[in-house]
Design a protein around this ligand. Sequence first.
Ligand code: SF4
Ligand code: SF4
Ligand code: SF4
Ligand code: FES
Length: 947
Amino acid sequence: MNAIDDKDFGTPARESATLVTLEIDGVAVTVPAGTSVMRASAEAGINVPKLCATDSLEAFGSCRVCLVEIEGRKGYPASCTTPVEPGMKVRTQTPKLADIRRGMVELYISDHPLDCLTCPTNGNCELQDVAGLVGLREVRYKKGENHLELKKDESNPYFTYDPSKCIVCNRCVRACEETQGTFALTIDGRGFDSRVAAGQNEAFMESECVSCGACVQACPTATLTEKSVIRIGVAEHSVVTTCAYCGVGCGFKAEMKGSEVVRMVPWKDGSANHGHSCVKGRFAWGYATHKDRITKPMIRKQISDPWQEVSWDEAIAYAAGEFRRIQQKFGRDSIGGITSSRCTNEETYLVQKLVRAAFGNNNVDTCARVCHSPTGYGLKQTLGESAGTQTFDSVMQADVIMIIGANPAAAHPVFASQMKRRLRQGAKLIVVDPRTTEMVQGAHYRADYHLKLKPGTNVAVIDALAHVIVTEGLLKEDFIAERCDLKSFGDWKAFVSRPENSPEAMADVTGVPADVLRGAARLYASGGNAAIYYGLGVTEHAQGSTMVMGIANLAMATGNVGRLGVGVNPLRGQNNVQGSCDMGSFPHELPGYRHVSDSTVRAEFEAHWGVSLNAEPGLRIPNMFEASLDGSFRGLYVQGEDIVQSDPNTQHVADALMAMECLVVQDIFLNETAKYAHVFLPGSSFLEKDGTFTNAERRISRVRKVMPPKAGYADWEVTQLLANALGYPMNYGHPSEIMAEIAALTPTFRGVSYEKIDRQGSVQWPCNEQAPDGTPIMHVEQFVRGKGRFMITKYVATDEKVTQRFPLILTTGRILSQYNVGARTRRTENVHWHSEDRLEIHPHDAEERGIREGDWVGIESRSGQTVLRATITENVQPGVVYTTFHFPESGANVITTDNSDWATNCPEYKVTAVQVMPVTQPSEWQKNYQRFNRQQLELARTEESGA
Ligand code: SF4
Ligand code: SF4
Ligand code: SF4
Ligand code: FES
């Protein structure tokens, strides 16, 4: 069903330079060629009744409700499937048409339960609307055969399927195919017996369905209905906001009843998602009101003490007092802060400002340290800007798509659907991944080349690809001559041409057969527009930054930068990881990626902020841990991050936090980090505040408050309170004022304002005097740094070697239904799909070790040991095991090591040498964790009940 207030034009918009003028009900209408008569009518304000048509799907022409009369044509053509023609004269309202339509609708209604008054979608049902539109007053065939007794399918936790209400319009089937690309639904049976079926007539939960909600959205009746709508009723009003899960940044309409969310409906005008969604944004929002939310500030002297609930004033005064006490005792640099990629740009900006201006140092870092910091470094070195080059829509112009170390189907699902649409249209596909993910093969697409490399050998692969391109004469010489730095190009060309970089020489290292690699290189270089999309499988390596530079080299060498359909596109993990980097969260950079040592830049901030700023870069997260253990770093303010669960080598992180004197955690839940904290400041969910998020396309979108903050303050207000208590005044009345300051101080944001975002829907930075409406594609005329710089990318094997003791390589990743540390998705019905982290192991390795499906297995690395259940699958290659890290009790990061990217310290999550053996009990770490966790929950409960 349509979201409230969204006009449905019946068929998709067409783009054409040719315009066609026709007459509809005596009104002259001009539309692009290819537009349907139905859409042309709707654009002229004339609404032809419809049932099987909706503007997110291609017309199907089955319901016959939208018939019209066209002068000079026989019969009554369906307006949804009839394209406009010049001079056409259409009539949409005649007595004959009214009769036919009434007859058609009467047939539908005769097989439909007439329970409108008690129907959950009463008032938001297209069948009801159409019956009203055609003037249906009675139903003559009520006694005939019908489907009213068919049973509901309640298996999906978020929506029901009630076949008794189905009018077999096929919209759900087409939505699953065209919009989502999963092909989970069919129309089963023929004629009167036909009904929608999931898979082979299975329950939705047993089928291929991934619960994206596209079918529910498309259904014109109450057949597919959100359980939240059934429970709460139809919404009263809606507010447009942005999803707080992944870096796709889907726009949503939060449909509300008072301050209660009824449902989240993907926003049709959302430029990142065009009305599509995934299970997380669409359905997994219940965490926001979960009973585990902590809404009162708490303090304690030591982590073995019970928490005490205190007033905001007391908590803030205590935190500020502790920070100042620590600085007096251990020096100015003994405290720091961590910003959150889940919080808004404005909140992130304030935390780094607090650290630099109120703490007086540059000890600020962010979770991008552990995901995309190599992207920032690598792209800045080569192209000159630390961000992806394209819009998501650009993929629709790509002829060759190369996915490296990413699984968008799990981590960026809405973009994956768009990518799959392009693949179904015929684009070629190269996947570089040690695993066989859903992106390698799916409904109606299959990778032309899957480079199933050994984990840790990315750079060897990119050098070999470059070798083929250079030695087989596939370079784009004119692009290079015009756009790139020729000295660096010459050096790079000589380097990659060396025989040791050939696919044949590298095959043993990478495990990729030379002919496969050569084929992929030729396709990428000569297949037309070629676009690279990459993820954490590129960055989270000892050579993460090298690989990012290798990718940029390849794109420049083949001229695949600076226009639609090409580019270098990091798929950002969290909703605002791009924004948190843009906002100056790194210890060496002020907002807009300007180095703290630049005195001109510093002077600008100093003038605005009224303080003098430190010219020395501060501590990165891993350095903070080291400094804590050596006694020089004593206090930390962590906003909206769970470093204990997300950072590598958990035991090391826990030891570092335990050594601190004041750890302040601001979060919506008592997360793993909070269990080591001395002050807990309750955070606010994305539904409780105003602000902006910046997605992987550099698109800044509004986050809008739909309910009051549960704890009384939005996160930006809490930072402001802390700053004031520290004696550094901050007095913003609204996040728009913070954005105004960001714009004033950041050249790439100079033209950004809430007013502009509201007007345009979103803005892609750079947005300034040169690009007042923003910049969809970067590096169009020239690279941001001037000439594109090639960098030498020598492959160096990681120190993390397999040995007899640790013979397997563990690599990590994500799964569709869970998100990052799982703090939110674990508190939703998404646990129905994924309720634990499992270890994937190849049948050969499993057999060798006597491991059967579902067995408990111990995984031991040089850092630690944990226990998970095994899944035996050929999706991983022999010698490689894989797990996710969504559940704290799994301790996936107990095993990961301290190895990290040479340039940025991004941890090498993707390569850990391990041994795997069957076991019968949890690891020592897990037993300790269970004990510690129980104790901490108890300490939180004691004071709550006593308060
Ligand atoms: S929820 Fe999505 S994947 Fe599932 S059947 Fe509907 S459209 Fe298909
Ligand atoms: S379930 Fe809904 S969308 Fe699908 S065929 Fe039935 S009425 Fe149409
Ligand atoms: S694709 Fe990402 S942004 Fe979009 S709904 Fe899913 S989680 Fe949210
Ligand atoms: S809306 Fe045109 S045939 Fe159904």
